[in-house]
Design a protein around this ligand. Sequence first.
Ligand SMILES: Nc1ncnc2c1ncn2[C@@H]1O[C@H](COP(=O)(O)OP(=O)(O)OP(=O)(O)O)[C@@H](O)[C@H]1O
Ligand SMILES: [Mg+2]
Length: 300
Amino acid sequence: MLTLARATEVAQVLTEALPYIQRFSGRTIVVKYGGNAMTDEALKASFARDIVLMQTVGMRPIVVHGGGPQIGELLERLNIESKFIDGMRVTTEETMDVVEMVLGGLVNKEIVSLLNQAGGRAMGLTGKDGQFIRASQLKIERKTPELEAPEIIDIGHVGQVEAIDTRILTMLTENDVIPVVAPIGVGPNGESYNINADLVAGKLAEVLKAEKLMLLTNTAGVLNKEGQVVTGLVAEEVQALIGDGTISGGMLPKVGCALSAVNAGVNSAHIVDGRVPHSVLLEIFTDQGVGTQILRKRTG
Ligand SMILES: Nc1ncnc2c1ncn2[C@@H]1O[C@H](COP(=O)(O)OP(=O)(O)OP(=O)(O)O)[C@@H](O)[C@H]1O
Ligand SMILES: [Mg+2]
């Protein structure tokens, strides 16, 4: 039997969710699941339940995943060296094969299976399917004091999003299927590109005019110099934190794509701790968000 106190508590939690269910019904919510938050079995199962719950109450979740650690692991087993420039993996043809196998195969199907196991209907795809993510090579520039013009560095099959064809995704979400997207794009000659998953998630949120963009990672959110979570950030504050080196590495594409998404009309963008069980649920269905919200401008 429920005690009265417990019953009141449960009822309170459930009614608190109602306005969010009403507000987000029929709306697209893009969730990026970071490779680093994907290590614990119990966490993976709780993530899958959250996504299926969202879909069951009428929202349209789309999952985009990373897989850095999983790619590194297979490369190591195959004795292929991992090299990074400015936080990006130098991707030779040989490395690209491994990236495609791990992201499009192993990791993608694992998430699909978790969602299906939780009672959802999930389908996995890479940007090559229906050529829905067109990409081009990402050129990185490096300024050196000796050279007048910045040096262009070729890091191989690392791509940037050129265009997204939303029809395939809408076809899935309109039929209550949860799309699970591996961040691989296709070039003009059918070649594969390895794209940072945050950038793919951000672009998808933009072109689909999503309600929310949620980037799950392995930190409590964006941390300040003192190591504390910043609950809200506007563009100028992000710039200052990048300028003094507080935001670096894998956090750079996250804040970048989150800002770009809110400026393009996505209602809210959040960097959330994927190590906390049910962090997606807490972010969507309660008054207290978790992690860092990236804001268009400061209100109130
Ligand atoms: N100011 C900051 N606050 C929080 N994390 C930061 C900050 N600056 C840099 N980081 C780094 O960013 C990392 C998160 O990005 P990372 O690319 O490693 O993970 P991910 O994107 O979740 O996973 P994947 O790249 O596999 O999809 C953190 O683990 C942390 O080391
Ligand atoms: Mg990353």
